[in-house]
Structure formats: structure tokens, C-alpha cells
Design a protein around this ligand. Structure first.
Ligand code: ZN
Ligand code: ZN
Length: 353
């Protein structure tokens, strides 16, 4: 079933007559259109893509199955003509897509039609097709190469911010459109910050250095974390690293379709808790990745959703000890028919650099 037809099943389930899509990832996923602005209006029989004058030609080329509508003024002005002309009375919108200001204005201008919040549009992106997995794999490959490249830069005296810049430059030079998110380089005690932005800290002997990075390739992203230690690994470095690695490997071996996100999370969390560090693993085990860096399904203690073949998720346990340092190891995997397959190839034995 095509993507528009799958959205039409949401329209039926949610008892609306049409869906108005404004979120960038959903707009791109449905249409193929990569422009920065626009709305999609799907009814039982029509698929419209509203764009402004900058994008008319591009939209026609990228979204062949759609009727491209040029909005001369604001998008709502075009919608205020399209909706009554089709006698639509119940229009769904992404509950997390419109701002309150847009909702308020759209509701007034489209009355007597009503706008109804709908969940479940993002979920149409969860199962990736072969082409999407190929793009994500390429984004992973670029990031893996960046990690191999950066190893020789990870030396006492190097500055976190310079390392992040070098990785991002490398990824762009090797086919990435851009980095997937702001590269994290967190060294020494800062490695205990799960999302420590690269700063001015100078790397020193005995530091754990956590690098969290990813590339964007044809709209799709990758997400990888590696933690290395500089010069020498103490017993404590080895112990903490070993627990996180064991937790990650248990999850990689155990994740399979039919399992809930909650159960997947528990595969790793149990091992970290049994080692006495349950409180030091304060985030989810993983999240979906695709056009967005963070999408569903999540692997978290609260996620009831069931994993299915084609889901692409991170597996990223961590232990963070304030004032001392932390370790996170993150791979990107695709759920298969009977388990999961890691796309990430970067080495993950403890590297002492
Ligand atoms: Zn990450
Ligand atoms: Zn992640």
C-alpha cells in the first residue's frame, strides 16, 4: 500500500474526511517534496500539495502523484478556498503539528468546518522500506568513517570543540548533506553529561571521551555513540565500560519483532541494575531514527508499542557517574523477521588511545 493510501486508513479510523499535514518529516515522507514549507491536504479522492511561489516547480518534479497548489498569499488563504469548495466538514490535523496560533486562525477561517487533532500520522514512518534503509545505511557508513578518521585526533591537549568540528567537516566531505544533530564531545568529568555539547575543555590523560554523532544522507539520519579512554584505562574505566557493553550486547541479541519497546529496554536495564548502577542509567535505551533523529518507536520503560520488521532504532545504554565520567555505546539497528541487525560497524571494544 502506498503512503497516501496508508494515510487514508488513518482518515477512516479517526472519522475525519481529510487530513492536513504540516510537519516537515511527514510532508516529505508522503510527497517526496523536500522544500522547507508547505501543507498537504489528503481527502478520500484527492492529494494536494500547497506550496508558495518559491517551490512550485520543485514540488511538481518531486511529488508526481500530487496536485500542486500555489498559495499566493498565506497557506490559510488557499485552504479557505479549497475546503468549502470540497464541502469538507471534519478535517484532521497532526496534534503536535500546528502551533496554537495557527490552530486558532485556521479554525476561525475554515469554520463551519472543524479541525480535529489526530495522533498516529508519525507512526506511518516507523516501518522503513528498502530505499529508506539504504539511505540510513549510507548515513551510518559516513558516520562510521568519521569515527575511524577522528581516532588520531583524540589526544591529550585536543579541544572538544575542534574534535566536533573535524568530525562534521569530515562527514560533509564524504557525502553527508550535514550532520544529523549537533555533535557531542564530552570528556573527563563532562562525559557524565549524557548530552554534553562540545565545549572548550582540553582532553587529558585518563579521560573517558564520549562522542555522539551522525550524518544526514538524502534526508535520512544516523546516530552513533562511542566512548574511548585516553592513555590508560583504570580498573574502574574497564568495569563501567564492560557493564555498558554487556548491557548493549544483551539488547542486540534479544531485540526481536513482537516485543514491546518496554521489554526491549529491560534487556539492557536489568544488566545495569544488577551491576548496581540502575540509577546511573537515567534515559531510555533507544529511539526510532529516520527522517527525524528522534522518532518512534522508543525503547523505554513506558513504551507499549510492539516492534516490527523494518523499524530502525538505536540501542544506547549508558552509565553516568557525576564528577567522574560516563560511558554510552550506541548502535543503530533494523528490526528483522527474527531479531535485529546492526547497521553500525564502528568498533566497540574499549579503545585506549
Ligand atoms: Zn546519539
Ligand atoms: Zn540516540
Amino acid at each position: 500500500m502506498g503512503r497516501v493510501d496508508r494515510l487514508r486508513t488513518v482518515i477512516v479510523q479517526q472519522h475525519v474526511e481529510a487530513m492536513l499535514i504540516g510537519k516537515a518529516e511527514n510532508r516529505r515522507h508522503l510527497t517526496g517534496f523536500t522544500g522547507s514549507a508547505g501543507f498537504v491536504l489528503i481527502t478520500a479522492s484527492e492529494a494536494l500539495l500547497l506550496v508558495d511561489f518559491r517551490y512550485v516547480e520543485q514540488a511538481a518534479a518531486q511529488a508526481p502523484g500530487f496536485e500542486v497548489v500555489k498559495a499566493d498569499r498565506q497557506f490559510i488563504d488557499a485552504l479557505a478556498e479549497l475546503v468549502p469548495a470540497r464541502a469538507l466538514s471534519r478535517i484532521g490535523f497532526e496534534a503536535d503539528g500546528l502551533t496554537y496560533k495557527q490552530y486558532d486562525e485556521f479554525s476561525k477561517r475554515l469554520a463551519p468546518a472543524t479541525l480535529l487533532p489526530v495522533d498516529g500520522v508519525d507512526r506511518l514512518r516507523w516501518v522503513k522500506d528498502g530505499e529508506e534503509i539504504a539511505r540510513i545505511s549510507k548515513a551510518v557508513e559516513i558516520a562510521d568513517a568519521a569515527f575511524a578518521h577522528i581516532r588520531s585526533f583524540l589526544r591529550p591537549g585536543a579541544v572538544e570543540r575542534d574534535i566536533a568540528t573535524e568530525m562534521e567537516f569530515f562527514m560533509r566531505r564524504h557525502g553527508a548533506e550535514k550532520e544529523a544533530f549537533e555533535t557531542i564531545v564530552a570528556s573527563g568529568p563532562r562525559s557524565a553529561l549524557p548530552h554534553g555539547r562540545a565545549a572548550d575543555r582540553v582532553l587529558a590523560n585518563g579521560d573517558f571521551v564520549t562522542l555522539d554523532f551522525g550524518a544526514t544522507f538524502q534526508g535520512y539520519v544516523s546516530d552513533c555513540t562511542r566512548t574511548v579512554v585516553l592513555s590508560e584505562a583504570s580498573r574502574k574505566h574497564q568495569d563501567i565500560y564492560g557493564i555498558v557493553l554487556a548491557a548493549q550486547q544483551a539488547a542486540l541479541q534479544g531485540i526481536k519483532p513482537g516485543m514491546s519497546g518496554k521489554d526491549a529496554d529491560a534487556l539492557a536495564r536489568t544488566i545495569i541494575a544488577q551491576a548496581g548502577h540502575g540509577d546511573a542509567f537515567g534515559h531510555s535505551l533507544g529511539h526510532g531514527v529516520g527522517l527525524a533523529v528522534h522518532e518512534g518507536p522508543s525503547l523505554s520503560p513506558r513504551e507499549e508499542a510492539i516492534l516490527a520488521p523494518g523499524h530502525v532504532v538505536t540501542v544506547e545504554p549508558g552509565i553516568y557517574l557525576p564528577g567522574w565520567g560516563g560511558v554510552r555505546i550506541e548502535d543503530l539497528v533494523v528490526v528483522t523477521e527474527n531479531g535485529c541487525r546492526s547497521l553500525t560497524r564502528a568498533p566497540k571494544e574499549l579503545l585506549i588511545l
